[in-house]
Design a protein. Structure first.
Length: 301
C-alpha cells in the first residue's frame, strides 16, 4: 500500500521539549472543515480514552519496565492465546491478505504473558546459561539479550505477538515467504517488526523477525517509512510540533506532541496551538481526537 506525502508543520517549542507529554493524534476525514477543539470536548475525550483505551505506543523494556501487578485492558482470546482486541482484529485482517497472497502457514505462537510467566522464562534461560559455567550475574546479562527480564517484556501489554510457520522462533524465519511478507507489509495493519536486524544497538535485543508489535495506524506506517524503532519514534514525536499524514483512502492524521499539563490544566493553550496550525492547514472538517501517552519512565505521564 503506497502512502501520500506527509508534511512537517513546524518544530516543537521549547516548552514542548522540556516537558514529558502526550502524543495527540487527530483523525480527519474529507479534508477537515472545522476544528471542534473546545475545552470541554478535549477534556471529555482525554479522560474517556485514557480510562478505556490501551496505550498502543507504550514503550516497555528494561529501562521502562511494567510493575508486577500490571494487567492490560481489553484482553481477548485467539485460539486460546490472550492478546489485545485491537491487535487480534488487525492480525486476523492481515492473515486474510496473506492467504490471498498464497501464504497459509503463519500461526500465532504467543502474545500476552503475565509478569510471573516472564519471570519463570527468564529464570529458566538464566539457569541454562549458568549450566555452561557462567556466573549468575553473567548468565542474567546474557539471558537479557534474548529474553526480557520480568517487567521488561512488552508481551505483558498484550500487544506483542510471536509468529511462526513451523512452531519455532528462529532468525531463519526472516528468510521465509511469511517473514519477508511481514517485513514488507505488516505496517499496513498497524504492526512493526519490533526488533529489526540493523537496530540491535538501539533496542538492545537480538534480531527477532518473528516478533510483531501492534502500535496502530498511522504510527506503524510512519515508523516503516522512516525506518524507526519504537524507541526512535518516541524521540521523533517528542521533537516535532505537528505532523500531517495523508492516507491513500482520503483520511488524514495530525500528530503533535503536547504536555499533559496543557491538556488537563491549561487547556486553552492547546486550542491556541491548534489555531496556529490554521496558517498551515485550511481546516474544513471535524477533528476526532484520541490520546496516546508516551511512557518516558516507569510511570505513565
Amino acid at each position: 500500500m503506497s502512502t501520500h506525502p506527509r508534511e512537517l508543520l513546524c518544530n516543537s517549542s521549547a516548552e514542548f521539549r522540556k516537558h514529558n507529554g502526550k502524543a495527540v493524534v487527530s483523525k480527519r476525514r474529507d479534508f477537515i472543515k472545522q476544528i471542534l477543539a473546545t475545552i470541554l470536548f478535549l477534556t471529555l475525550v482525554f479522560f474517556v480514552t485514557s480510562a478505556n483505551d490501551p496505550d498502543f505506543l507504550q514503550l516497555v523494556n528494561k529501562h521502562h519496565p511494567l510493575s508486577s501487578s500490571y494487567i492490560p485492558p481489553n484482553l481477548c482470546n485467539y485460539d486460546s492465546i490472550q492478546l489485545n482486541t485491537a491487535a487480534r482484529d488487525a492480525f486476523t485482517e492481515m492473515l486474510v491478505q496473506m492467504k490471498e497472497d498464497g501464504i497459509h502457514d503463519l500461526k500465532l505462537q504467543s502474545a500476552y504473558r503475565s509478569y510471573s510467566y516472564q519471570n519463570s522464562v527468564f529464570a529458566r534461560r538464566t539457569k541454562e546459561i549458568m549450566a555452561k559455567g557462567h556466573s549468575k550475574h553473567e548468565a542474567e546479562a546474557m539471558a537479557a539479550k534474548s529474553v526480557q527480564p520480568p517487567g521488561a517484556s512488552e508481551h505483558q501489554l498484550g500487544l506483542a505477538l510471536d509468529v511462526s510457520t513451523d512452531g519455532t522462533l528462529t532468525q531463519n524465519f526472516g528468510q521465509t515467504r511469511a517473514g519477508i511478507w511481514l517485513a514488507e507489509n505488516c505496517h499496513n495493519y498497524g504492526f512493526i517488526i519490533r526488533y529489526p536486524f540493523a537496530k540491535t544497538d538501539i533496542t538492545q535485543i537480538v534480531y527477532e523477525p518473528w516478533h510483531l508489535r501492534y502500535v496502530g495506524i498511522p504510527h506503524s506506517i510512519i515508523m516503516k517509512e522512516l525506518s524507526l524503532t519504537l524507541e526512535e519514534y518516541h524521540s521523533y514525536i517528542r521533537n516535532i510540533y505537528a505532523y500531517v499524514y495523508w492516507m491513500p483512502d482520503g483520511e488524514y492524521y495530525l500528530i503533535s506532541y503536547v504536555n499533559e499539563n496543557i491538556i488537563t490544566e491549561r487547556k486553552i493553550q492547546l486550542v491556541e496551538n491548534f489555531d496556529q496550525l490554521k496558517t498551515f492547514i485550511p481546516y474544513k472538517g471535524s477533528i476526532f481526537f484520541t490520546f496516546s501517552s508516551l511512557h518516558i519512565s516507569n510511570f505513565c505521564i
